[in-house]
Design a protein around this ligand. Sequence first.
Ligand SMILES: C[S@@+](CC[C@H](N)C(=O)[O-])C[C@H]1O[C@@H](n2cnc3c(N)ncnc32)[C@H](O)[C@@H]1O
Length: 248
Amino acid sequence: MSSGQLYDTIGATYAVTRRTELRIAERFWAALGDARTVLNVGAGTGSYEPPGRDVIAVEPSAVMRAQRPAGAAPCVAAVAENLPFEDQSFDAAMAFSTIHHWQDPLTGLREMRRVARRVVVFTFDATDTGWRRQFWLTRDYLPEVADLLVGRPSLTELARAIGARTEPVLVPWDCADGFFEAYWRRPESYLDDRVRRGVSVWSIVGPEAERRAVRSLREDLVSGRWAERNRDLIDLDAGELGLRLLVL
Ligand SMILES: C[S@@+](CC[C@H](N)C(=O)[O-])C[C@H]1O[C@@H](n2cnc3c(N)ncnc32)[C@H](O)[C@@H]1O
């Protein structure tokens, strides 16, 4: 499936649960420094477009482009791996929660580096099994996630491709953006079909794995087994789920 096709298939209800998480956004925007012109690659509906700067968006999916609100930055239909811009034409290039979908993330990152002086990316380490063993959702209910990440570049390889540094990003317990890890302290949320439809993982693992995971989670919530196993999470305000910023 090509870059835009997945979100043309699954993206129609994206904006129902996917919106700006301001605490993460402010950290991300700070990393953009004094950049005045910003290219937002894999921009989707534009949740993380920084206010007060000149933004151009790139988004391959027509379904996602159609959900951009009135007044959002102008959006070009293109892919990260082949950005239709001159060398060094932006102060900064950004990518939020998208590079795991790119067919060739290393080429996409080098393209961002080519068109901009500064690069800021929000992503995770696909090869780090540590967080997947720790996060109860992947550990106890959806181990199939590991198969989705086979062959993807590690965080170190991503960072090395553009000479970026990495910084951990904790997820607030009440995170407003419904990405995969967002509900780590609100397990009931994963029982809600609207929540799952806003996250590509659930569609990619297929209906059988999804049904099994949801059924099993529901049983464990009712029986108290989830609470028993995860009692250490209840007092945390923010969780380490392996999410990272790459900053150049
Ligand atoms: C999870 S959404 C994130 C959207 C937005 N950045 C956000 O944080 O809400 C991933 C987006 O990446 C886009 N995408 C997939 N492959 C891409 C590629 N090769 N180049 C650029 N964008 C891509 C998808 O169409 C989708 O809109």
